[in-house]
Design a protein around this ligand. Structure first.
Ligand SMILES: [Mg+2]
Length: 213
C-alpha cells in the first residue's frame, strides 16, 4: 500500500475542523475536490511553485457555498511531480498554502478542511492515486474521526480491509478528468465533471439547484 499524504500534517494526526457557517451541524456530506483544473488553473507542465498558482475565478465563492450547504471540503490531488523527482513535499506544501491563501482572499469563508495528495508515479500502481479511490477513503475516515473522536489519531483502512463504510450517496466529487470521475465511481460518490478552464464555478450553480430539490 502506498498511502496518500496529507498537507501540513502526518496522515494519522488528528484533524481539527473549523466551524461550518452559522455553526451548522454537519450531516456527513463531503465535497471531494480535485485541485488543478477545478480550483486553480491547470498547467501542462504542472504547477511547480507558489508563483504558478492562479485560482480560477469563483473558486473561493464556490467553496463557501458548499460549506454553507453543510459540506466538509476535502481536496484530493494526484501530484506525480514528486514521484518524478521534479520537486519535493516542501514545495507542494508551499503551493497548497498559496492556494488556500488565494481562495480566502477571494472569499473569507473558503476554508479547505483537508488536503490529501498522491505523490506517486502512475507506474507505481498506488491505491491512493486516482483513478483508484484510496485518497477518498482516507479523506472520509479522517473527517469522520475528527467529528466523532476529536483529538484521537487516525487508524486508516483501505479497500477490502475497510468495513462499515458510511453511505456516500449524498457526497460529491468534482474533477476535470476522467480519472476523477472513475475514482468517484469506485468509491461510490457522485462524480461531477467540470471544464478545466472554468473549474468548480462552472458547475456550482447546478449543484446548488440539485440540492434544493
Ligand atoms: Mg485536475
Amino acid at each position: 500500500m502506498l498511502p496518500p499524504h496529507r498537507h501540513d500534517s502526518p496522515l494519522e494526526a488528528p484533524l481539527s475542523l473549523g466551524d461550518l457557517p452559522e455553526n451548522a451541524d454537519w450531516d456527513g456530506r463531503i465535497a471531494y475536490l480535485d485541485r488543478d483544473g477545478v480550483l486553480n488553473r491547470w498547467k501542462e507542465n504542472y504547477v511547480n511553485s507558489p508563483d504558478d498558482v492562479e485560482i480560477l475565478l469563483g473558486s473561493g465563492k464556490a467553496i463557501t457555498s458548499l460549506r454553507g450547504m453543510g459540506f466538509r471540503i476535502c481536496v484530493v490531488t494526484n501530484q506525480s511531480p514528486i514521484g518524478r523527482g521534479l520537486w519535493g513535499h516542501d514545495v507542494l506544501a508551499q503551493i497548497n498554502a498559496k492556494l488556500q491563501e488565494l481562495l480566502l482572499e477571494e472569499d473569507q469563508g473558503a476554508e479547505i478542511d483537508l488536503i490529501l495528495y498522491s505523490p506517486y508515479l502512475p507506474s507505481e500502481g498506488s491505491w491512493s492515486r486516482k483513478p483508484n479511490p484510496g485518497m477518498l477513503e482516507a479523506g472520509r475516515q479522517i473527517v469522520d474521526n475528527a467529528h466523532r473522536f476529536p483529538g484521537k489519531p487516525n487508524n486508516l483502512s483501505y479497500g477490502d480491509d475497510w468495513i462499515d463504510r458510511p453511505d456516500e450517496s449524498d457526497s460529491i466529487l468534482i474533477g476535470d478528468r476522467k480519472s476523477d470521475i472513475i475514482a468517484a465511481g469506485r468509491f461510490g460518490v457522485k462524480g461531477i465533471l467540470c471544464d478545466s478552464e472554468s473549474g468548480i464555478s462552472g458547475v456550482i450553480d447546478q449543484i446548488l439547484s440539485d440540492k434544493e430539490r
